[in-house]
Structure formats: C-alpha cells, structure tokens
Design a protein around this ligand. Structure first.
Ligand code: HEC
Length: 140
C-alpha cells in the first residue's frame, strides 16, 4: 500500500515537473543580432536585413521567413549547439561532410549561454507563422 502511494506520488510529481517544460529566460533581439554578426553566421546563412557573404563552401541557407509551424527555441537551440542532430532526415552532400556531419561550425566553446539565449530570441523573431495552404473552401 505504501509502495503504491509512493509510486503514485512520484508519478504525479514527475508529471508536474514535466509540464513546466524547457524554458529559457527572455533574451534580447538586438544583442542576438549583434552576436549573429560577430560570429559571422552570415557566411552560410541569409536572413532578412543582414547581407549574406558566402564563405568557402558557398552555402546559403535561409533563416527566418514564413513557416507553417512555429520554430520552438528547443529546435533553434539544437540547431546551434548540435547542428548534426537533424542532418540524417535531410542528408545533403552540399551541407554535410562525407561522414554525414553538418558543415555548420561549432560555437559551443566560444559562445556564452547569454549569447545563445539572445541569438535564439533574435532568430525566433525572424520567423512568421502562417497558415498552411489549403484547398478547403469554407461555407459562408
Ligand atoms: C560553415 C557554414 C555555417 C555557418 C558559419 C553557420 N551555419 Fe547554421 N547551418 C549550416 C548548415 C549546413 C545548416 C543546415 C543543415 C544542418 O543542420 O547542418 C545550418 C542550419 C542552421 C539552422 C537550422 C535551420 C533550419 O531551418 O532548421 C539554424 C537555426 C542555424 N544554422 C543557425 C546558425 C547560427 C546562429 C550561426 C552562427 C552562430 C550559424 N548557423 C552558422 C551551416 C552553417
């Protein structure tokens, strides 16, 4: 009986904890933009209002713009600190090495956590969520 109660309360408390989810403190868009420029992300990425200047691989991957599902900061943080995580699903010889790793640089040793927070806040602000196109005709 005690065991059942103990398990039950453990289960509930773990659920409560989970519902808080992963949350970053609020970041600063302008600081994030400055970090984006300082770390030369524009070498491989284009984003509205920051000119793309191609690097060695001449990669031009667009960031920001219209998306049908919001970019969560979980996704954005993953893209920045673990760029190879998603690569398998869209394996592409131009954007990945022969070993299947992302060509994206790794900033984990040089970026502060605050810079990451601001960067993600800036990136997130560059996406606009739009409804997906649909052939559904509503009745009026
Ligand atoms: C040397 C090239 C290169 C540089 C420099 C680079 N990236 Fe990337 N980035 C990539 C490539 C290639 C991808 C796409 C595939 C992948 O995830 O590796 C990518 C993907 C991303 C994505 C995910 C895009 C999406 O639509 O899912 C984000 C966000 C991103 N980069 C942010 C950054 C930021 C912020 C910086 C600067 C701190 C940066 N990148 C610097 C090559 C680069």
């Amino acid at each position: 009986m005690v065991f059942v109660l103990l398990c039950g309360s453990l289960l509930i408390s773990s659920c409560v904890k989970q519902s808080r989810g992963f949350a970053l403190p609020e970041g600063d868009i302008e600081q994030g933009k400055a970090t984006y420029k300082r770390l030369v992300c524009y070498e491989c990425h284009s984003i509205p209002n920051i000119e793309w200047k191609g690097g060695n691989d001449n990669l031009k991957i667009h960031l920001g713009g219209e998306v049908t599902a919001p970019k969560t900061y979980g996704e954005l943080v993953t893209s920045v600190i673990n760029p190879s995580h998603k690569i398998a699903s869209f394996y592409n010889q131009k954007t990945s090495t022969e070993g299947g790793l992302s060509k994206m640089k790794n900033y984990n040793e040089i970026m502060t956590v605050q810079e990451l927070i601001d960067l993600v806040t800036f990136l997130q602000s560059e996406y606009q969520v739009v409804s997906p196109p649909t052939s559904y005709t509503p009745y009026y």
